[in-house]
Design a protein around this ligand. Structure first.
Ligand SMILES: Nc1ncnc2c1ncn2[C@@H]1O[C@H](COP(=O)(O)OP(=O)(O)O)[C@@H](O)[C@H]1O
Ligand SMILES: [Mg+2]
Length: 365
């Protein structure tokens, strides 16, 4: 057997979804086949600094999943342009380990939005998941919805609002979008900064809250119905898993329902829906993935109304990746176990990298 593939697991991050990422990273680290891979843990703290971690000092309080936190008492590292995956060790001045591929298990801005993907491209290193364009388009709910609309994919009505522009009146919003409204930061995830607005008295606070997280927000019509999710895997020829269902016991699938309240949501895998709806969702999931120029993996989330009509809510280009997360669970139910899924994602990262390497970077007659 040849040398092991060194996989950089990039996790944490300057994001409201920092803690979620720690959980996913720990699971991927544990599941990587040590006969084939050598994982290197790189934790990013909440200010954006990178640290080399080892398993023993990986996280504080690993025994208590509710309280895990990044251990920053480690060497600080960085990736520089054209380093080819050689980590610079900023603490000791020595060169760090050479990475063959990076798995950026980062959620939200500064991780899932194309920024880290751009850095990895400049460093000339293969990485798992969507590239710069797909990540950015998938992260910005306004741009995402405009591209989906252009592709003829069914979505709810919405309107985007930039900071500094006048807020439409409640009457105008009610006439255009009905009630209740959903107000969200354009770039965020894990339901952070999202509020459901039932009346005029709640609008201003919801708008203010959303603007805490982004300079652009979106206001959406409320879609009543079931929430279904579908996993997509691949580059040029993506495939879709069986769909799953999330039933939240809260007002909506909020941050608390997702991560804090153990009984906040029930996942049904696969979802109990008719075969024709399974096929419709799978086709829409692949179409969404392609319309948004995604690669590697994504989870596409849907609403199914009482009438059976299906609308796309959003895409997540780096979905939660713990063993009990929807994305890997759906693949498991579709015949792809967790370690095989990780293998496949790493292969897809190398495939794309090789293809990009074949492109010319200079022009001559
Ligand atoms: N337009 C909507 N109608 C009904 N429920 C919604 C709507 N938008 C969001 N929600 C609820 O809020 C949750 C989070 O919204 P979502 O757009 O998926 O944001 P995030 O990217 O943070 O997950 C959804 O899972 C759903 O429960
Ligand atoms: Mg969501």
């Amino acid at each position: 057997m040849g040398a092991k593939i060194r996989v950089g697991i990039l996790f944490g991050g300057k994001s409201a979804e920092h803690e979620v990422s720690l959980q996913s990273a720990m699971n991927v680290f544990d599941a990587l086949d040590r006969g084939k891979y050598e994982p290197v843990l790189i934790g990013i703290d909440k200010t954006g600094r990178w640290f080399l971690n080892d398993r023993a000092r990986f996280l504080f309080n690993v025994s208590d999943p509710e309280r895990i936190a990044l251990n920053t008492a480690n060497d600080s590292v960085a990736l520089t342009p054209e380093s080819g995956g050689v980590l610079s060790n900023l603490t000791g001045g020595r060169e760090g380990p050479v990475l063959d591929v990076v798995f950026p298990i980062l959620h939200g801005p500064f991780g899932e939005d194309g920024t880290v993907q751009g850095l990895l491209k400049l460093a000339d290193i293969p990485f798992v998941g969507a590239g710069v364009l797909g990540s950015a388009a998938g992260m910005d709910k306004d741009v995402m919805k405009r591209l989906l609309r252009d592709a003829g994919i069914p979505i709810g009505r919405f309107r985007a609002l930039k900071a500094g522009s006048p807020l439409p009146s409640f009457t105008e919003l009610r006439a255009e979008l009905g009630l209740p409204l959903f107000v969200k930061p354009a770039n965020m995830g894990s339901s952070v900064g999202i509020n459901k607005v039932g009346g005029e008295d709640e609008l201003a606070a919801a708008v203010r809250d959303a603007f805490e997280y982004d300079r652009k927000i979106i206001i959406e019509e409320f879609i009543p119905g079931r929430e279904l999710e579908c996993s997509v895997l691949g580059n040029e020829n993506p495939i879709a898993s069986l769909p799953g269902e999330v039933a939240s016991s809260h007002e909506f699938y909020s941050y608390d329902a997702k991560y804090l309240d153990e009984k906040g949501a029930v996942l049904t895998i696969p979802a109990d829906i008719p075969d024709d709806k399974v096929k419709e969702i799978q086709a829409l999931a692949v179409k969404t993935f392609q319309a948004l120029e995604c690669e590697g993996l994504s989870r596409v989330d849907f609403f199914m109304k009482g009438s059976g009509d299906i609308l796309v809510n959003e895409i997540n280009t780096m979905p939660g990746f713990t063993k009990i997360s929807m994305y890997p669970k759906l693949w498991e139910a579709s015949g792809v176990p967790y370690p095989v899924l990780i293998d496949r994602l790493i292969d897809l990262a190398f495939d794309r990298y090789r293809q990009e390497k074949r492109l010319r970077t200079s022009f001559s007659l």
